[in-house]
Design a protein around this ligand. Sequence first.
Ligand code: UT7
Length: 320
Amino acid sequence: MALRSIVAGVGSALPVRRVDNAELAATVDTTDQWIVERTGIRARYVAGEGETTATLARDAALKALEHAGVDAADVGLIVLATATPDQTFPSSATKVQAMLGIDDCVAFDVHAVCTGFLYALTVADSMLRTGTATTALVIGAETFSRILDWEDRGTCVLFGDGAGALVLKAEKDGGRGILATRLHADGRHNDLLFVDGGPSTTGTVGKLRMKGREVFRHAVVNLAEVLSEVLAAAGLTSDDVDWVVPHQANARILDATAKKLGLPPEKIVVTVDRHANTSAASVPLAFDTAVKDGRIKRGDVVMLEAMGGGFTWGAAALKY
Ligand code: UT7
């Protein structure tokens, strides 16, 4: 009988420090009103001393393992999505592995910026279904605050730090779990959202640069298309969907995408107001928020989607 990856547990973690728009407006040439009207963001969390992508990932992973009732020792695969690793190498996945006290497993990072979690989920799902491991930790974790240009008001108000994790288990197909995933990339748009540094070019870490309006235009089209594609692949229609957990970049993108697909706004999980855009962490962080506050229940059909630098974009359909 075929195997399917089921979501056994979810978890998330945020830095200690919360920064609201008013606090930001004290040092950046912006206003709470502009940020709320253009993005829906009211606050974000910013990593402090001792908080890194790997420590946030570890904290999210521990909560997901606890929620799943799974021992760290039983994890055979860690796939960690990030564009802000602790170091150029080793991978943050192996750092998390060591922090969890796992002596031997498969562990690596996936890099697809804001779509990273969808890429990581798809890779982990494939590896579970083909027998590489029976239990996987799929993590999205970021500290974008460390690659922001705090002089660029067009970008620095948009992002935050955090982490989210899912525990996946391979099970004999009983109709629940990951039903379908779809991924895309179009590297012709590399120059619309990028970091202007790197180990093989400037030798520095660099800062995030974005042509926001262009990204916005592509996001709505690409996300609506990939959601339709994954619905069809899973044999579902938008009426079957209980919840959409989108990448949290901008409340206006979430509204426009939902409208294009004819999905009512009350089915869209929105956390961008309290977490801002946490890149690869945003989908699992929003998923965990909606599970723990009782919105997403066992048996619900949930769609995940994201779009980010590259461009990369993707979606998944699952029965929780
Ligand atoms: O996660 C990866 C995917 N990323 C995204 O999906 C981001 C997509 N893009 C967006 O969300 C929006 O394009 C932004 C929120 C980034 C910008 O919104 P916009 O409506 O496209 O504004 P804009 O960049 O066209 O700027 C409009 C005005 C400009 O002033 P002028 O030239 O009209 O006088 C900006 O200088 O707003 C000004 N502005 C600001 N004003 C106050 C830009 N940033 C700020 C700011 N505070 N923080």
